[in-house]
Design a binder for this molecule. Sequence first.
Ligand code: TYD
Ligand code: MG
Length: 456
Amino acid sequence: MAKSSSSSFVCNDCGAVHKKWAGRCDACGAWNSIVEEAPLSAGPRTAGLGAGRGRRIALSSLSSAEEPPPRTMSGLPELDRVLGGGLVAASATLVGGDPGIGKSTLLLQAAAAFARQGLSCLYVSGEEAAAQVRMRARRLGLADAPVQLAAETSLRDILTTLDALRPDLAIIDSIQTMWADNVDSAPGSVTQVRAAAHELVNFAKRRGTSVILVGHVTKDGQIAGPRVVEHMVDTVLYFEGERGHQFRILRAVKNRFGPADEIGVFEMTGAGLSEVANPSAVFLSDRGQATPGSAVFAGIEGTRPVLTEIQALVAPSPLGTPRRTVVGLDAARLSTILAVLEARCGIPFAGLDVFLNVAGGMRVTEPAADLAVAASLLSAREDVALPPDMVIFGEISLSGALRPVTQTENRLKEAQKLGFTQAIAPEKSKQTAVQGIRVRKMPDLITFVGDVFAAG
Ligand code: TYD
Ligand code: MG
């Protein structure tokens, strides 16, 4: 039974390798995700490499006169920003997202945009037939763009074609449909995804073609076999948004050529994705009169300020364990803020259902949102509306103190631009004066509660 002893057990969610099958992956805690797979290498080596038998590597210093890598702008500013200032030649990028969120649409538009800038582009669809892609292109008004199209899943054939054509950009939609015939497992499995990504990234580096891989994300927010792919590529972008909302956010979570955490905002329309140049205005657009439970957070996404509305609803709970429902924010963060409100300010939320939501389908990850979250919770609980022309930012520490956050001036300027006239910020924030906006600085949460709600 040498065959079975040489195979390994791999978790389809996180890619961890186990010696034997188990119902639950020790590494990521996922249930029923471990499958048996043929190993990638022939097996462990019997002897160590040893010193003195290799070739000596030529070393160099850190300073060099080399040019920065050449970049091409797509002409879609939101996309170029997330890429760190355009597409880098010979780079490998992973674009992840839920099925149906609009990855294929985005990349078809990107391919067309780059092609119109003079790059030779190849779009390989492993999911849709060529006619389907052509139909979508026609609907998006891109049919005349000089993009070469293939519907193919055989990695060998794709690599042969790429090698013959040497395009500037190759888009592979999606990596989970690719099939390498030298690997003995099903398409979409971790081993296949890893092998296909490895081959394609290698090709990018060797031949100077930029490669963009599309990857599907599973329900719990991970691409099947994704960790492995994330390590291999230069840039990881996530395309996110709520399916019911028209807004989509392209977020750089890793970028070897630019800042991470940069976002691009798009709107899904009947004619594809259109760029949203001023996200703050859009995220705040459906704000009516001042309502209890609403607070405006002046945040920073990457290098630019974005204002979002945080909404809370607090109601008596019929349940023994009250509900805590969060959309667009971290649930653990909400629990922490509720605990601090209770322990440091004596405001209990026991017996109350709490629903928290970021308007417009935006996802906020900055700790600077803490104070705005607390404000919306208190506003909802006390049924007191906050002034509609007020923005709030600040991180709450476990002691109830407000910690200063970065880029105070940028936040205030953006708020001022959108017509806000007052702001609440942590006391130790950098001294900045922005005309037309009155800043109240507060040392801790208790002061905030007493000052703004007069109930504390
Ligand atoms: P798609 O790009 O196929 O998603 P993915 O590749 O991430 O699975 O997008 C699918 C959704 O986008 C589909 O539900 C319809 C919607 N859509 C529009 O609303 N307008 C459009 O112009 C297009 C092309 C798609
Ligand atoms: Mg698709």
